[in-house]
Design a protein around this ligand. Sequence first.
Ligand SMILES: [Cu+2]
Length: 337
Amino acid sequence: MMLMLSLIIGISIIIVFSVYSEAQLEQKTFVTHTGQVIYTSGDILDPVYTNSTVEFDPDQYLRNFNYGRVSESKTDQIIRDFTIIAEDDKIQEISPGVFYNVWTFNGTVPGPTIRATEGDLVRVNFINNGSKSHTMHFHGIHPAEMDGVFELVGPNGGQFTYEFIAGPVGVHPYHCHVMPLEEHIVHGLYGVYIVDPKEGRPPADEMVMVLNGFDTDFDTENNFYAANTIPFYYQHHPIQIKTNDLIRIYVVNMVEFDPINNFHLHGNLYNYYPTGTDLIPSTFTDMITLSQTERGIMEFQYKYPGKYLFHAHKVEFSEKGWIGLFLVQEDKENSGD
Ligand SMILES: [Cu+2]
């Protein structure tokens, strides 16, 4: 009897899962909220095998920090002004042949990396040029009315100025907080907000990695995963670094639907500062696990030149695009010999 039962359960699992994996390859047609018809396969394509070009440049995003327009008040308060424009009608080829309606802050997913020093006055002039209400919700410490939750900013030119003192020190996400939240986040309305300590951090080759995913067939499962939006990008365009250079990565997990993500580095271990709020690392490891919006700072140096992978150790994610390479070149001037 028990044998029969387990046989039946086993066979049903095989049937259910084979149907599911077929569904991933099925081409679908969508009409976006602006009336545009788009096609997607949900298939996973590696851009190296096609002639496709991507609109978003992960190399440009990687080391790009927006410090805002800086001014000083009569009371010596440093003020950083930012202008962020939300839009929700852009169709982007996020992987060869796969088009997706991205919702953007300043035209890209993720939005710009906003950077300030602890104690600065951050002033964000937010303009919503989208067709739905959007907001900016910053993680961090600020007054309730600056939290970007209840003060909806209306479509077609709605404006709101977010104003708060930068803090605490660390790496934080910002994202739209309009309901249904999942929809506004998965379409791409998020970015990174870095608060530097007043005394600064030691000089380093700094970069930002947002771990994200895309559900291109709207079945609440991600079809693609990436570090910085474009699947497999850094595998085919390795990030060039030098031996003995201190590398600092601000990493933020924005993957929806999947409860966890992770970050494994090859041939090395890193000091890890969860949320970047403490200046002393909590661990020295080659593997961290991150839930939604969990983030931190990784610091490491490579001793030996060569090519080293970094990727999700959740193999499904790395096979669907969340994988990259560091190309470590010998720094002859600082080799210590
Ligand atoms: Cu929104």
